[in-house]
Ligand binder design. Structure first.
Ligand code: GLA
Length: 737
């Protein structure tokens, strides 16, 4: 029988010291696996017991193996906190990454290194798979590290399988188990509320475990997002310092655990939330965890975000490098109160503004239970014959006559109890049959683990496209959390109820997979009662997301600012609405930092407001390429200043667009501060022009002034913000030397 040697021998300080100064011993079979990005290395190495551990994280490592003397504790506690995927029930007494019960009821697991292989997917992407096995039970875990070299980004997940005599039960099945040492750690996480999404919270990690999780089922991000920024040695800053910025890409319950141990090491375990989710895994079945996606930067959050944006556009967001449609939405213009005539009247406004598409929001469906408010009709996806006697097809055609495309809102995973769907298919609804129902926005959630429900949801979208092949856009909403988690389908099929949270999400992905196989291109907006869903697993199927129902432009600056850490602006939808007291100019300028939309009555705009909007949209069409595909530089942080400033620079640094806002209405005089630009070519000359001027106003920037990139970045320029000029947009264009 093999004996394991950890730190169990000494019980006194003297012996511990003796143990630590024993000559370094690099085992002949030591296997070292570097996970390299262009600039950083995550180094994994086996110890003498063949346990794979994290032994280094930092700037590129090329020195081969790390001496076996490498210690992450004082050697007496029995802990080995740096295993790459910590098992439980054997030698590890740390928080496990994986925990299970074997088919025979035994709860111990050991994972030894078996093999690894690396292949180049292309010149930028490298995939390493590492096989770990239990020497006693036929359980195997493969850890995957997909590295996007240039973006310094790692996508990490695990696959679990076994070959036992019966099912094993997985109690915990994390995506990643990371280990860092030799630093103070500062963690920023993001907290959500309806209309107050992505509120950052940064704190220094102290001993113990900090847990960020969701148990909400659908709309999992209502209170907390799976995004994080981990900063080494100092609070996160924009242009300096080592940071890791990332997200668990999972659209259901998630759990992020950050533990500082006795020796000041940090363990970070991320994965699906094990809460009420024990998963029975049959022999020969593979459980694949979602991905933890993180990018590393030694130059602060600015570079980390640009890494993430580049990666997202190129590899993840649907059509991330493509185009988007500007739009006019009717939600705030009409709410549920509309009919065919009112809508076709609004189409004219879309044409007049010069946007690409009209988006019909909630309220167009339901007959026995018309959707005239949010208490009825959800689930009955037939056009309401009173409101829309000629159906959706007529609207598509009428919009076309005005030269605009047509899109539509759906919320296909949900149902109102007052609906025909509920009456006919109560077994499709997540609810406890013996308990009173509990509602969120008067609705319940359909059981996406049920293949019949998956067919139904697929059919809603498929039906809309079959009947209206010219339908050009879908807004896919998801307003409710899951209460009373119970699945009639799982019960009928003898499957554990504890599969529901996981199978819900997998069912949703299956539907989207089918839809994208049939309709690969049509743009879809991910919405969840505002910003309740914005993860990189769903964004494979969606072109964009709705970050918040809060469209007050002042609040929105902060919401957009925080989303910009993780998401490229091409994926973030911003609408100009009646929220907020700011001028229409301020609103349009803010919404232009992303995908621009409107949710207003165009016929109620004053002559000058309309004139301004038309010109600003035409300007937007001229610079949107830089906002969508360029590099973002966050210049002045609105949390620390009376102003906010952000800029986008195109690839060859010949054009840039700079947005400046006054964010503190009490600030009387801000124009003494120059704003230093970033990302320009120091050797180039740029002309600076103010655009989006409100009719009748003049710019305070001297026309035609030329600046060098160097001076714009070192000295900066003053956009002249003040109480009467609360928002200033500047366009920079390279001029010949
Ligand atoms: C959610 C969305 C809104 C709107 C309404 C419609 O709240 O976030 O944008 O679509 O639903 O009911």
């Amino acid at each position: 029988m093999k004996k394991y040697h950890f730190y169990s021998i000494p019980s006194t300080g003297f012996l511990a010291l003796f143990f630590m100064i024993t000559a370094p011993r690099v085992n002949a079979q030591t296997v070292t696996i570097p996970i390299n990005t262009d600039s950083y290395t995550l180094l994994l190495q086996t110890d003498r017991n063949n346990i794979l551990k994290t032994v280094y994280f930092g700037e590129s490592w090329s020195a081969g193996a790390v001496p076996d003397r490498y210690r992450v504790g004082n050697g007496v506690s029995g802990d080995v906190p740096n295993a790459v995927y910590t098992p439980s029930g054997t030698w590890s007494l740390s928080e496990p990454a994986i925990q299970l019960t074997h088919a025979d009821g035994n709860m111990s697991l050991e994972l030894e290194y078996i093999s690894h292989s690396t292949k180049d997917v292309d010149s930028n992407v490298r995939l390493t798979g590492i096989v770990l096995k239990d020497p006693v039970y036929p359980v195997e875990v493969t850890l995957y590290y997909k590295v996007y070299m240039k973006e310094n980004l790692i996508e990490q997940w695990a696959e679990i399988k076994h070959n036992e005599q019966g099912d094993i039960k997985l109690q915990k099945y994390s995506s990643a188990d990371l280990f860092f040492t030799e630093s103070d750690f500062y963690l920023t996480t993001f907290h959500n509320q309806w209309a107050n999404e992505m509120q950052p919270n940064e704190s220094r990690l102290t001993r113990g475990t900090k847990v960020f999780d969701s148990k909400l089922g659908a709309r999992a991000m209502l209170l907390q997002t799976p995004d994080f920024i981990l900063s080494f040695g100092r609070p996160a800053s924009e242009n300096e310092g080592m940071v890791i910025l990332g997200q668990l890409a999972w659209s259901g319950n998630f759990k992020l655990e950050f533990e500082i141990d006795t020796y000041h090491n940090l363990r970070f375990i991320a994965g699906i939330n094990p809460y009420a989710s024990e998963y029975s895994l049959a022999p020969d079945q593979t459980f694949t965890t979602p991905s933890l996606i993180y990018t590393i930067s030694g130059n602060g959050t600015g570079e980390a975000s640009r890494n993430m944006h580049d990666w997202a556009r190129k590899y993840r967001v649907l059509d991330g490098e493509g185009e988007r449609l500007t739009l006019l939405n009717n939600w705030e213009a009409t709410y549920f109160d509309f009919d065919e005539n009112k809508l076709t009247g609004l189409f004219k406004g879309a044409r007049e503004l010069g946007v690409d598409l009209f988006l019909l929001d909630d309220g167009w469906f339901g007959n026995k239970y018309p959707r005239n408010n949010d208490r009825a009709g959800l689930g009955d996806w037939q056009p309401n014959v009173k409101k829309l006697p000629d159906g959706v097809a007529y609207l598509v055609q009428e919009a076309k006559k005005e030269g605009v495309k047509f899109g539509i809102w759906i919320e296909p995973e949900m149902v109102n109890p007052r609906s025909e769907l509920y009456e006919n298919h109560i077994d499709w609804v997540i609810r406890q049959p013996e308990r009173p129902e509990f509602y969120f926005r008067n609705q319940l959630v359909l059981d996406m683990s049920n293949p019949e429900v998956q067919d139904f949801v697929f059919g809603i979208v498929d039906g809309l496209f079959t009947e209206n092949p010219e339908l050009a856009f879908i807004k896919w909403d998801c307003n409710s959390v899951i209460y009373n988690a119970y699945s009639e389908y799982l019960k009928k099929n003898g499957l554990p109820q504890s599969h529901l949270y996981v199978e819900y999400v997998k069912g949703l992905y299956k539907v989207l997979e089918r839809l994208r196989a049939k309709y690969p291109e049509v743009p879809m907006m991910l919405c969840s009662g505002g910003g309740g869903r914005a993860d990189y697993e769903l964004l494979q199927y969606f072109t964009e997301f709705w970050p918040s129902d809060n469209t007050d432009p002042l609040r929105r600056i902060f919401i957009q600012w925080n989303n910009s850490y993780f998401f490229p602006s091409i994926a973030v939808d911003n609408h100009v609405t009646n929220w907020g007291r700011q001028s229409i100019k301020y609103k349009v300028d803010v919404a232009s930092m992303g995908k621009l939309g409107f949710d207003i009555r165009v016929d109620e705009l004053s002559e000058n407001d309309l004139l301004f909007c038309k010109e600003a949209i035409s300007n937007y069409h001229s610079f949107k390429d830089i906002v969508w595909h360029g590099d973002l530089y966050r210049l002045v942080n609105p949390y620390e200043n009376d102003i906010a400033a952000l800029m986008y620079v195109n690839e060859d640094k010949s054009k840039a667009i700079v947005f400046n806002y006054l964010v503190n209405n009490l600030a009387m005089n801000t124009n003494t501060t120059n704003i230093k630009l970033n990302g320009l070519d120091a050797g180039k000359q740029y002309s600076v022009k103010e655009i989006n001027l409100y009719p009748g106003t003049n710019s305070r920037m001297s026309a035609g002034q030329i600046y060098s990139g160097d001076s714009l970045m070192k000295i900066g320029l003053d956009p002249g913000l003040n109480q009467r000029r609360q928002s200033v947009v500047l366009e920079l264009t390279e001029v010949d030397n």
